[in-house]
Design a protein around this ligand. Structure first.
Ligand code: ATP
Ligand code: MG
Length: 400
């Protein structure tokens, strides 16, 4: 019996006006991530189907489970549209679930081909009886089944027992490209993940103050970028040497304003980089009031050095919830490695919570950082992560 991966697209089905564009992006994303792995991707209304050799299936599943725009993935049998063939496939799919310990199930039929001889109820009943007869340890429970046996009767018939969740959201690239300000902390990787799920392609920038921040800190950010790339479908990380800018800020002497000024300088550098890579938005991991530099007044200042929108998906999220997400997406254990991203040399003991906009803007201008910032961006180092590296990072075995 033939098997394929049945893909349930999500929100793109709602995009009436530009559905074609969303579908094209989703297919491109899947093709690009699979790279040289031979595969066939078919599209039908409301479903996509991916076929590849059995030995590549783990990779294909990884790709689909991390591809925004995908709501769910099922390993489905594809059979002729006859009640007998469908019932046989149902027994096969149920047998696998029983082997994993399932004891109860219910059958559900979705019939878009109205010429099929049995109605939905009749097909579910036929398959259910076949399963119970063939596998005595299984019985029907329509209220709390261990698994749902789904029978889809469409252009062909598809039979599957369990669906793996996809990331949902919108295909990467449908909302243009953003520049993620990626530190080694817990928040910014989660912010990147959330925006990738909303269809933003991403590149990342890390401001590195070597030797005040260590090579390990940089390595940690690279690892984080590689993990986020699982969702974005690859990643370019720009490492901007920011030591000179930081030293110039320190020399300015107003210690209490250092963090605010540093954020303004970072945003100005990010703005230059965004122009270079055609990004249309910035993304940060800020959350209102989480630390002194994340008050509304400080954000007004830090975003005043760019004209691009600054997207802050974590703005209203509590730290505990961000940590849960970071654990789920596999960035938490990297983020908590002990290489500090900010150096005591630059962190004021008493940062200002409510800076005066005019006063700090004036002070920022007086520091004349433009040349140092432009130099830093000029010297940026680019690190690329392709999907092969992503799969290695996640320990997915690539065969052949
Ligand atoms: P995170 O957990 O993301 O490090 P944080 O809670 O430590 O955030 P801040 O240090 O105030 O908060 O940083 C706020 C945001 O500024 C970060 O989420 C990130 O987007 C950006 N940022 C901070 N430091 C850097 C850096 N060295 N390079 C790039 N972006 C940075
Ligand atoms: Mg941080």
């Amino acid at each position: 019996m033939q098997r394929l991966l049945l893909i349930k697209p999500g929100e793109i089905e709602l995009k009436l006006g530009n559905r074609r564009e969303f579908v094209r992006r989703l297919k491109d994303q899947i093709h690009q991530r699979l790279g040289s792995i031979p595969h066939l991707l078919e599209e039908y209304p409301g479903r996509f189907f991916l076929r590849c050799e059995q030995r590549h299936e783990a990779v294909a599943r990884f790709v689909l489970e991390h591809c925004p725009g995908v709501n769910g993935v099922a390993r489905a049998f594809v059979v002729d549209k006859t009640p007998e063939a469908i019932a046989t496939a149902a027994v096969e799919a149920a047998r696998e679930e029983a082997a994993r310990g399932a004891r109860t199930f219910k059958a559900e039929t979705r019939r878009s081909d109205k010429s099929f001889p049995l109605d939905s109820y009749g097909m579910s009943a036929t398959a259910g009886e076949a399963v119970c007869a063939a596998i005595p340890e299984l019985s029907v429970d329509v209220h709390q089944p261990d698994f749902v046996l789904t029978l889809e009767i469409r252009e062909r018939a598809y039979v599957y027992a369990s669906t793996l969740p996809g990331p949902r959201g919108l295909p990467v690239g449908t909302q243009g490209k953003g520049l993620l300000l990626l530190s080694g902390g817990i928040d910014s990787p989660v912010a990147g993940y959330l925006m990738a799920k909303r269809g933003l392609a991403l590149e990342a920038v890390y401001f590195h103050a070597y030797p005040y921040t260590s090579e390990e800190a940089r390595h940690k950010v690279e690892k984080l970028a590689c993990r986020i790339a699982a969702w974005t479908g690859g990643m370019q990380l720009w490492v901007v040497p920011f030591t000179d800018v930081q030293l110039a800020i320190k020399k300015g002497g107003r210690e209490e304003a250092n963090t605010t000024i540093l954020r303004m300088a970072m945003m100005q550098a990010a703005d230059m980089l965004a122009q270079r890579i055609s990004a249309i938005a910035m993304v940060t991991g800020e959350s209102l009031g989480q630390v002194a530099s994340q008050t509304a007044q400080n954000m007004r200042l830090s975003q005043s050095t760019t004209t691009l929108p600054v997207l802050r998906p974590l703005i209203g999220i509590d730290k505990e919830d961000t940590i849960l997400m970071a654990k789920r997406i596999g960035t938490y254990e990297i983020s908590i490695l002990p290489y500090e991203d900010c150096c005591v040399l630059f962190s004021p003991r008493h940062p200002v919570l409510k800076p005066d906009f005019e006063d700090i803007s004036q002070y920022f201008r007086s520091l004349c950082l433009d040349a140092a910032i432009a130099d830093a961006v000029q010297q940026a180092d680019r690190v690329r992560f392709g999907y092969r590296e992503v799969m290695q990072e996640f320990g997915v075995a690539l065969e052949g």
